[in-house]
Design a protein around this ligand. Structure first.
Ligand SMILES: [Fe+2]
Length: 594
């Protein structure tokens, strides 16, 4: 039985396909159409998933859409009366959803008569919860989803057991931890979707000097929280989410009120310098998020009595808060799925249908994130030939697996910056060893070099290490698995200086623990680097330069040529730039044939 999950007309459009209850493929549309946070109809992602399974649309039995227009219909109607513009936008969105079957058939050139799949609508946060629990290692767990807004709710919790979830409560619009964090992110001058990461990084440079004020901005309430609405504007006009027509990139309107500026001072303009005041506000924001989240999770622990927790929704990407849950609530294990944000809704909706609607037992666990497209040697060769690499002075070798791993480890140990393209593209926003840029974490200067030569990120944002699972406990104060880079742990005092290029200013690292069975090729690479240097960890940052993470070989080669990367290991090819290769920029400077 084939179930297709589709997250459409929403930020992070994506598709996921299950065959007999096992995930076969999952990918975000942005990887394929190259538009960051792409939000339209994910036709390329759907095409890829069907191709990966070797089926057509006519072979799909169920289609799961993670949105339910009827959820909280009373609240929605109430707000529709107060916010007519917002209501109009919602109506337009619902109309798009009503047309999904037709759009699907048309986009895939399929006769609508041949589409026999049954359509299911799954409420946003139920899809989030399902995306974590049904692929987790746990048979029983407490569940919590928290984000900005979805189907008029921001938070939902409950329990999962086997193939069933039981919802125990939710928090409705306008009270939302996601909106809270995004509003303050905007206030601090970061307006792009996904900029919350930057503020989380900035927080470590400040002191929570404004915490008292922040305790009025978000108030603990019974077993949940409420926003001090005078600090916000989204409850008056609705969160203005619009899609830029040209490329369907989502744009979010201003969420904070004039009152917030009156209390905290003027908002920072995007290009203005970052002052200590801004850093202290970021620290206060992060501290308050942690307080409220841990209060809520403590209540969920008390209510459910479970030992394991599954977290989902955009707030679950706050790796700093995630790690602190262990200190504040006695959960023994926490699982965060790699696409915890809205991309994961397609996966969650599909699993919801398989288990909760169709009543099937559990038979799948997500142990790695390798669910996207892979490319074979002829495809890689053809991309290399198109870019005419061999005439630019590049040294190109085709090597067996063990040799390319050894050679790549040696390059990293020698201080080179290496593009590592291996196997299937990762599901979720993190590079986890398949589309990664790797470097030596022992070299303090590497952070500045990576930024100057390739990433061009704000200097306050840390890079992350990937470390062998079995060595994590030697370096970090916690050793709970973090296979998808969703936890930030403090380094042990005796290892404070061990990974300077991947350590944040507060001596924590947002680490990936690499498991031998889950990602054997990446594990072997880090292991080889460990043999050479005594440090079983590498700096791992996403393979891109202000674009979605590369997916196909030509995108990886273009990024390699455009930036100052030294080496590209792509499949079984090792490509080294000539040492003097200045901005190895264009096809003209490297013309030739492989
Ligand atoms: Fe969401």
């Amino acid at each position: 039985m084939n179930i297709l999950g589709i997250n459409a007309y929403h930020a992070n459009a994506s598709a996921a396909l299950l065959c007999d209850g096992k995930l076969v493929a999952a990918v975000e549309e942005e990887r394929l159409n190259r538009v960051k946070y792409a939000a339209g109809f994910p036709v390329k992602a759907i095409r890829y998933c069907l191709k990966a399974a070797g089926i057509t649309l006519a072979d799909v039995h169920h289609i799961a859409i993670p949105r339910d227009p009827w959820a909280r219909i009373g609240t929605k109607l109430l707000y529709a009366l107060r916010m007519p513009q917002f209501a109009l936008e919602r109506r337009r969105a619902w109309a798009s959803f009503a047309d999904v079957p037709t759009t699907l058939a048309q986009s895939l050139d399929t006769d609508p008569q041949r589409v026999r799949a049954r359509f299911h609508r799954v409420e946003h946060h139920r899809a989030h919860l399902a995306s974590a629990f049904f692929v987790s290692p746990f048979d029983r767990a407490a569940l919590l989803s928290a984000d900005g807004l979805g189907d008029f709710a921001s938070t939902m919790w409950g329990t999962g057991e086997g193939g069933r979830m039981c919802i125990q409560g939710s928090i409705a619009f306008p009270h939302s931890l996601g909106m809270f964090y995004t509003a303050l992110t905007q206030y601090l001058g970061f307006w792009k979707l996904g900029d919350e990461y930057k503020v989380m990084g900035l927080a470590a440079y400040g002191e929570p000097a404004y915490l008292d004020e922040f305790r009025r901005i978000v108030v603990n309430h019974d077993s949940g929280f409420r926003l001090g609405l005078e600090y916000f504007s989204h409850h008056q006009n609705g969160p203005e989410m619009s899609w830029r027509e040209a490329d369907k990139t989502p744009v979010l309107g201003r969420l904070f009120s004039d009152y917030l500026e009156k209390r905290l001072g003027p908002a920072r303009a995007p290009e203005a310098p970052l002052e200590q005041r801004h850093k202290n506000i970021a620290a206060s924001l992060q501290a308050r998020l942690e307080e409220v989240l841990i209060h809520k999770i403590g209540a969920v622990y008390g209510q459910t009595g479970q030992k394991a927790l599954c977290l989902a929704g955009g707030v679950a990407f706050n790796c700093v808060a995630n790690a602190k849950i262990f200190d504040g609530v006695p959960f023994e294990r926490i699982f965060v799925q790699p696409a915890a944000g809205d991309a994961g809704l397609s996966l969650g909706a599909a699993f919801y249908v398989w288990h909760q609607v169709l009543g099937n037992p559990r038979s799948f666990e997500m142990r790695h994130a390798s669910w996207g497209p892979a490319y074979d040697a002829p495809e890689i060769r053809s991309a290399m030939q198109e870019r005419r690499l061999s005439e630019g002075g590049f040294v190109i070798s085709e090597l067996p697996d063990e040799e390319i791993i050894r050679a790549t480890a040696r390059h990293i140990a020698d201080g080179d910056i290496v593009g590592w393209f291996s196997g299937r593209a990762e599901w979720g926003p993190r590079a986890l060893g398949n589309r990664s840029i790797l470097a030596d974490p022992r070299r303090a200067e590497m952070k500045e070099r990576l930024n100057r030569r390739i990433k061009h990120r704000e200097s306050f944002r840390p890079f992350a290490p990937s470390i062998l699972s079995e060595s994590a406990g030697d370096f970090f104060e916690k050793s709970h698995p973090s296979p998808f880079m969703t936890f930030a742990y403090p380094l042990r005092p005796n290892k404070r200086d061990a990974l300077p290029a991947a350590t944040h200013v507060d001596a924590t690292c947002r680490l990936q623990t690499v498991d031998r069975e889950a990602n054997p090729r990446f594990w072997r690479l880090i292991s080889e680097f460990g043999k050479l240097t005594g440090t079983p960890a590498v700096v791992n940052t996403s393979f891109n330069d202000n674009e979605p993470i590369v997916c196909a070989p030509d995108e990886a080669i273009d990024c390699f040529l455009r930036t100052h990367m030294d080496v590209l290991a792509i499949g079984n090819y090792l490509i080294c730039k000539p040492r003097s290769a200045a901005p190895a920029g264009s096809a003209e400077t490297v013309s030739g044939r492989v």
